[in-house]
Design a protein around this ligand. Structure first.
Ligand code: ADP
Length: 165
């Protein structure tokens, strides 16, 4: 039984995240989408909001669970008896940082292997920050986030008063 964690900010979850979640869920028996809370990073959505959006888009994937962690990812990994850390890799920009993180995690916990899934071509340039920028000005975020949570994101961020179609 292989248990994987997929850590990130998910501020908010995008189609890019969801695509990685769906693929990882087919590779491992259990997948925990782990919202990492970083006190030095300001987030646009509260932890509860991020968890709620994730739960709503993952409700139909039976082996996926949402959890959060405010400490080191490897501490969660050890405490919860996990086997794999899953990360998504977009274009070149993610590589340096993710490579460094994978090494640090392995140093802190030698059995912590990181598995990288390449972003698919449609979401390789997609990020939560991009979605937030577009939503703030009431732009169309339909191609970037699941339809079921689109309105919540716009209602929360749109400063122009429209909630889009
Ligand atoms: P963001 O950079 O969008 O704020 P997160 O910190 O939530 O993303 O990222 C969590 C993980 O998901 C990271 O491994 C990141 O590389 C991956 N990821 C983020 N966006 C995408 C995407 N569009 N396609 C594939 N992987 C992604």
């Amino acid at each position: 039984m292989k248990k994987a964690i997929y850590p990130g900010s998910f501020d908010p979850v995008t189609n890019g995240h969801l695509e990685i979640i769906k693929r990882a869920a087919t590779l491992f028996d259990q997948l925990v989408v782990l919202i990492s809370v970083n006190p030095s990073k300001t987030s646009s959505f509260t932890l509860e909001e991020r968890a709620d959006l994730l739960r709503r888009v993952c409700y139909d994937i039976p082996n996926v669970r949402i959890d959060s962690c405010s400490g080191l990812i490897v501490d969660y990994f050890k405490e919860h008896d996990c086997d794999i850390i899953v990360k998504g890799l977009r274009a070149m920009s993610d590589f340096e940082n993710e490579f460094q993180m994978a090494h640090v995690n392995k140093h802190l916990c030698p059995r912590a292997e990181t598995v990288f899934l390449c972003a698919d071509s449609q979401s390789t340039y997609l990020s939560s920050s991009m979605v937030k920028q577009i939503a703030t000005f009431g732009g169309d975020i339909s191609p970037f986030v699941p339809e079921t949570i689109k309105k919540d994101i716009l209602d929360r961020l749109n400063i122009t008063g429209k909630t889009g179609g």
